[in-house]
Design a protein around this ligand. Sequence first.
Ligand SMILES: [Cu+2]
Length: 173
Amino acid sequence: MTTATKVALAFVIGAMALGLVSLTAVPAKAASVPYDLYGSLTSGWGLTSTSETNPGPMLSANAGDTVTITLHSTDGLAHKLLIDYNGNGVADPGEPLSAQFTTTTTLTFVANQAGTFQYLCTIHGSAMVGTFTVQGTGTPAPSDNSGTLLIVGIILGVVVVAGVSVLVLRSRN
Ligand SMILES: [Cu+2]
């Protein structure tokens, strides 16, 4: 094996190692986060029908996750869940808001803002509140782009390694 071949081989092994590193560096795909949330005017919110408190349980997600909250009214009264991003107590455009429900309904939204927020029933206000926390930057790369970014990164790496290898081989002739 010539020295040039050894150098080229070393670069190839290096490129494979870089590829492995870039594989592990790809961020986790956005997850689906399901919750069941039970509510009543006199008891507040709970993850089960028998554990309602006010304030209710802390709900959490990572930025970019799709959150699905299955809502249940345990007192037969009408409720309406709001994730109150700006904390003003009323539903604003862009804030997740469920349909009004007396039995059950489902609220699905993408957790696109990082931070700690209050959730509440817009009908019963401070009698039915809780905390919703979103970890992360709030501007995650779309999950379906990570594969493309990885491939582009590997191609760039191979091109750079090939170029350097050619230069090294030429310098030895
Ligand atoms: Cu309510």
